[in-house]
Design a protein around this ligand. Structure first.
Ligand SMILES: O=C(O)CCC(=O)C(=O)O
Length: 244
């Protein structure tokens, strides 16, 4: 499958693109079933809500299952999906390479226990030669404002922000006046099971707390352009897979 010129233009100008109904429901359900087993066992490596919020509590609420590529065949299959490769190639204008260091995860917002994800650019902790990186978000269920929909600020990937617009964790400051004006331009588009969102590593995005009674579970991984090599001896310099 390939993107139309219009879709490609939309990705390039907005910094994100939604591909509706990309993966069929049965496969989404199989992925979801396996994800729930790992979540139930709180199987390491994980990121917890407590870690994200920097609180010292004994209780562990899973926020993200990390390093999912090697956990289940069905996870691996999705990340190596043949239908998406030509699309990633178009977006990156180069051969895509899976960066297993980053994202490579199943992201959750558990009901009531989850926290908000602050506005941020994914590039903040990553170390590559340039910004030719795209993330692939797969909704494994419906996502809407009440359960913590992923929202984006269109065109933010093209803005060079000064450092003072972020806090010490590189979260985009809600209380900054200029940020507030930009945040008003955010877009909120509900997602359904099987929808995919492609987004640039500099596109600002966030997700609210899940106020519904059901978990929001999504799969996210990242691909880089083959020419965009990771910086040696950083976290980004890790196992990778070329998607020829
Ligand atoms: O909390 C969410 O659902 C969004 C996660 C996110 O922004 C990310 O993985 O970069």
């Amino acid at each position: 499958m390939k993107l139309s010129n219009e879709q490609l233009e939309q990705f390039n100008s907005s910094g994100y693109l939604i591909l509706r109904n990309f993966l069929n429901e049965e496969i989404c359900d199989e992925i979801l079933e396996k994800a729930k087993e790992h979540l139930k066992r709180k199987e390491a490596p994980i990121e917890s809500e407590q870690e994200y919020m920097n609180v010292n509590e004994e209780k562990i609420t899973v926020r993200r299952l990390r390093q999912v590529y090697d956990r289940e065949e069905i996870f691996k299959n999705w990340m190596e999906n043949e239908k998406i490769r030509p699309i990633l190639k178009q977006i990156l204008n180069d051969t895509p390479v899976l960066t297993l260091a980053h994202h490579n995860s199943i992201m959750t917002k558990l009901p009531h226990e989850s926290t908000r994800t602050y506005w941020h650019q994914d590039r903040r902790y990553w170390h590559f030669k340039n910004d030719d990186l795209v993330s692939v978000w797969l909704s494994l269920g419906d996502e809407y404002l009440e359960n913590g929909l992923l929202e984006f600020i269109p065109k933010s990937h093209k803005i060079n922000f000064s450092k003072d617009r972020f806090d010490e964790n590189s979260n985009f400051l809600d209380e900054n006046k200029e940020n507030q004006e930009l945040i008003l331009t955010k877009t909120s588009q509900d997602l359904k099971k099987g929808d995919v969102v492609l987004f640039h590593c500099k596109t600002l995005h966030h997700a609210s707390k899940n106020k519904s009674d059901h978990a929001k579970i999504s799969f996210v991984y990242t691909a880089r352009a083959k020419s965009n090599i990771p910086i040696k001896n950083t976290r980004s310099d890790f196992k990778e897979l070329v998607l020829e």
